[in-house]
Ligand binder design. Structure first.
Ligand code: ADP
Ligand code: MG
Ligand code: MG
Length: 208
């Protein structure tokens, strides 16, 4: 099965489900190194995305991601809203009008998303942010794209993002609220890296 607008809508639907299911976990991750709202922010944002999709069903995957970007920017707030908004907007632009997304286009859309997060938030790898999930995901997706199998690209990205989220545990935060804690940020997992891994895992489920 190729990746089309139905895949994109399933991706967003499964992302919304994941944000609802993991709402408390994301809140608890944001408690020691933030302000305990990441789960609430993401759940609210993706619930709004589902309403928008029901109101104005998108005709292409790119349109679905653009609508997601606009909605997350206006509903999520905080640091994550503009970061995810930029990520989805850049990914939408990379997909363009494509009706059937191939492996190379998919990998470049993930790269565009990551580059958007970096352009907006100026975090580098190792700063203990969502970039630490996205950068390994993008690298794994690019490596997997050679086989021209979208499922492999999706699976590689999700797996790398999950490992990337775990890798934030020993990091000292240098961006966002967690950076105010300095050394005390060490030993906690970054909530945005975890939500990013959940969203990339949802993309796999949507293609099954
Ligand atoms: P806020 O910190 O405003 O309450 P959230 O709790 O929703 O916003 O999101 C926090 C997440 O945002 C962090 O876990 C981190 O992954 C991400 N984040 C914060 N600042 C940056 C940044 N400059 N670059 C990349 N990601 C960031
Ligand atoms: Mg927060
Ligand atoms: Mg906040």
């Amino acid at each position: 099965m190729g990746l089309d607008v139905d895949w994109a809508v399933r991706w967003l639907t499964l992302s919304a489900q994941a944000m609802a299911e993991h709402r408390e976990e994301l809140i608890e991750l944001d408690r020691p190194i933030g302000d305990s709202d990441h789960g609430e922010n993401m759940d609210r944002g993706f619930k709004a995305v589902m309403l928008k999709i029901a109101e104005t069903p998108p005709e292409t995957a790119g349109a679905a991601l653009k609508l997601t970007a606009m909605t997350l920017m206006s509903k999520v707030g905080g640091a994550a809203g503009p970061l995810y908004g930029t990520a989805f907007l850049r990914a939408a632009t990379a997909l363009g009008e494509a009706a059937d997304i191939d492996a190379a286009t998919l990998a470049s859309a993930f790269q565009a998303a990551r580059d958007g997060i970096v352009a907006r938030g100026k975090a580098e790898s190792g700063d203990k942010t969502m970039v630490d999930a996205w950068t390994p995901a993008v690298d794994a997706a690019a490596a997997a794209a050679g086989d021209s199998d979208v499922h492999k690209v999706l699976a590689a990205a999700a797996e790398a993002a999950e490992a990337g989220a775990v890798s934030t545990d020993p990091m000292l935060a240098r961006k966002g609220r967690a950076s105010y804690l300095g050394e005390r940020s060490i030993g906690h997992r970054d909530p945005g890296a975890v939500s990013s891994a959940l969203i990339l895992r949802a993309a796999v489920g949507a293609a099954e």
